[in-house]
Design a protein around this ligand. Structure first.
Ligand code: OAD
Length: 240
């Protein structure tokens, strides 16, 4: 058995409310690339300042739109893995917070997942006139399409660098972190804030922090237990 799993299972048994924070590693075994893994991460091959900020989009809307269309196709082909399914099966005991925009938690059945960074399947008007499309099938033609209400570009409904998170979703995530008695952190490098600050909020209220990640992360030092395993292996073993 992977070191730490037994201890984590014992902690979990004593727990009333678990908060789970997931990152890109959660979906790696579903075939969705992470951002910062050295060989395979998206940010090792693409420039986030070109593809993941408003300035980059305004400089070349077609390029950015096509990049997200490619990622949407990847996500559409991906299936939730055993880790997503284990979290969905335990959903009544969990507050699930994700940085992932792939929607795989919701597809696995975690219908209340707090999607901190948005959802790549949705699109919205660049001018924030309020127009939104929930699925790619509803979109008008164009690369990118134009907003039917105000005529500005449509863009993916994800949080880009330099943008604020939806305040209601962030507030719900912060409350979940502060109200839990165990925080589980799965598959995140812990480099992007405010998400990466949530485990510290739980720790300040004396909730143990347990990390599942095959590699070192920026949050390891503040954790009570680090399990060097993957999401699809460790989560089913933890919640069975
Ligand atoms: P990163 O790519 O920064 O980190 C992925 C983490 O997953 C790394 O620590 C890996 O070691 C770990 N990992 C890899 N495979 C794993 C597996 N099978 N099981 C468990 N862990 C695994 O991704 P995030 O931390 O999610 O922002 O990145 C945070 C944000 O930065 C993202 O939400 C994205 C990006 O720019 C937006 O989309 C707004």
């Amino acid at each position: 058995m992977t070191p730490g799993l037994d201890r984590a299972r014992a902690l979990l048994k004593r727990t009333r409310r678990v908060a789970v924070l997931t990152g890109a590693g959660m979906s790696a075994e579903s075939g969705v690339p992470t951002f910062r893994d050295a060989q395979t991460g998206l940010w090792s091959q693409f420039d986030p300042m070109q593809l993941a900020c408003e300035e980059g989009f305004r400089a070349d809307p077609a390029l950015v739109w096509r990049w997200y269309a490619w990622r949407r196709a990847l996500v559409a082909e991906a299936k939730p893995n055993a880790g997503h399914r284990a979290l969905a099966a335990a959903r009544d005991k969990l507050s699930l917070i994700t940085q992932n925009v792939d929607g795989l938690h919701v597809r696995a059945g975690s219908t209340h997942a707090l999607e901190l960074h948005g959802n790549i399947l949705r699109s919205k008007c660049l001018s924030n006139c309020g127009k939104r499309f929930d699925t790619p099938e509803e979109l008008p033609q164009g690369e990118p399409p134009r907003c039917l209400t105000c005529g500005d570009w449509l863009r993916p409904d994800v949080v880009w660098f330099g943008e604020l998170l939806d305040p209601r979703i962030l507030a719900a995530a912060e409350s979940a972190a502060e109200d839990c008695d165990l925080m589980l952190v799965v598959g995140t490098s812990g480099l992007v804030y405010p998400a990466a600050g949530l485990p510290a909020r739980a720790a300040r209220r004396n909730a143990p922090v347990v990390i599942i990640n095959p590699n070192e992360s920026d949050l390891d030092d503040g954790a009570d237990l680090v399990i060097r395993s993957t999401a699809a292996l460790a989560l089913p073993a933890l919640f069975d």
